[in-house]
Design a protein around this ligand. Structure first.
Ligand code: MRU
Length: 355
């Protein structure tokens, strides 16, 4: 079911949730009502909702939707298994499901449905608070960059790690919004992010917020950095391993290499829910392989202004479409999370409970 609603990524609505359908953005702004476990799983799998934190929040609500009817152990198991199978790389999904389980398993069946809604709500609110803190911690880093306050800082980002990808504020874009609130001038270069072009979502967000920006082709990133035209790169993450290696949207690694070669600081912004302490290094992070048609075709608007898909490569063209890559910790200047901003090797120091 589709409806025109005020803008927000996800909100509760009378025993269901309403999501902003990101597969239609930036060309159409439409919401969808998600009322069942299967619809929640479909929303994540089809990327109607996307971005690691938002995937986690949606999964939590998916459990709550599933338990509205029967709330036995088998129902909880089925809900978690269905949602866990949707997308493999963003660990926020597993994190949210484990948290729901921890909260719900000890409860009697009759108390689970209400507790599931409350826990999903708490997870969403926690994400908003974490991202707001990431914004402040990231802003402190931006203020330290040469040129800060004297001219607009030239930042580069990849994919979309803004409010669309979270329950609020975003991760990589949270410091950008914090800079704007505090009067620190920034200009954001946004790479298209082929094949799904999530950079267009970032451009849409920044335009709405009145943040100066420019869309660039993915391949322009190294050139701009080599010319001294970028002060820092800031990206989100889908899973950060215990050693600080960070998986993020495909193409992130190439930006990190170019940043390293040109002495450009490279920041990764993510909440604690994105850190996988059970994963020792980036080699063990599962990388999602997406459908080949995502690469062979491109979505946009046709000449008549209606959404259209244009074929770039023949249907028979062999394709490899890994959706994420891993940036090794050695290429990351700081990891910015809700507890502070540290070199990857010192990440555990921010989480003494993990020592
Ligand atoms: O495939 P997507 O669009 O879900 O990938 C999103 C990203 O890679 C983001 O950079 C990451 O999830 C951080 S979102 C705050």
């Amino acid at each position: 079911m589709m409806a025109k609603e005020p803008l927000c990524t996800l909100r509760e609505d009378d025993g269901a949730i309403v999501i902003l359908d990101q597969t239609l953005l930036p060309h159409r702004c439409e919401t969808r009502r998600v009322a069942t476990l299967e619809q929640a799983a479909h929303a994540i799998r089809s990327m109607q909702v996307r971005g690691a934190p938002l995937i986690g929040v949606t999964a939590a609500y998916g459990v709550a939707l599933a338990l509205r009817g029967a709330a036995g152990d088998a129902d909880l198991d089925r809900a978690c298994a269905t949602l866990a199978a949707t997308r493999p790389t963003a660990v926020n999904l597993r994190w949210a499901l484990e948290r729901m389980r921890r909260r719900l398993v000890p409860l009697p069946q009759g108390a689970r449905a209400a507790a599931a809604w409350a826990e999903a709500r708490t997870i969403a609110a926690g994400d908003v608070a974490a991202n707001r803190a990431i914004g402040e911690n990231g802003l402190a880093l931006l203020r330290e960059l040469p040129g800060a306050g004297r001219r607009p800082l030239r930042l580069m980002t990849h994919c979309n790690a803004g409010w669309l990808a979270t329950a609020g504020w975003g991760t990589a874009l949270a410091p950008v919004y914090a800079a704007q609130r505090s009067g620190l001038a920034v200009h954001v270069f946004v790479s298209e992010t082929r094949p799904r072009n999530q950079g267009l979502l970032t451009v849409w967000e920044l335009a709405q917020a009145g943040v100066p920006h420019a869309l660039i082709a993915d391949n322009a990133a190294g050139h701009l950095m080599s010319r001294g035209e970028i002060d820092a790169v800031i990206v989100g993450a889908d899973r950060i391993a215990a050693n600080g290696d960070a998986a993020n949207k495909i193409g992130t690694y190439l930006k990190a290499l170019a940043a390293h070669d040109n002495g450009v600081p490279f920041f990764v912004a993510a909440p604690a829910s994105t850190i996988d302490w059970d994963c020792p290094d980036g080699e063990r992070i599962p990388i999602e392989e997406r459908p080949a048609e995502e690469l062979r075709c491109v979505a946009g608007l046709g000449a008549d202004g209606a959404p259209a898909s244009v074929r770039l490569a023949a249907a028979a063209t062999p394709v490899a479409n890994p959706a994420f890559d891993v940036t090794p910790a050695r290429l990351i200047t700081r990891i910015v999370c809700e507890r502070g901003a540290v070199e990857p090797a010192r990440l555990r120091a921010l989480f003494p409970e993990r020592s």
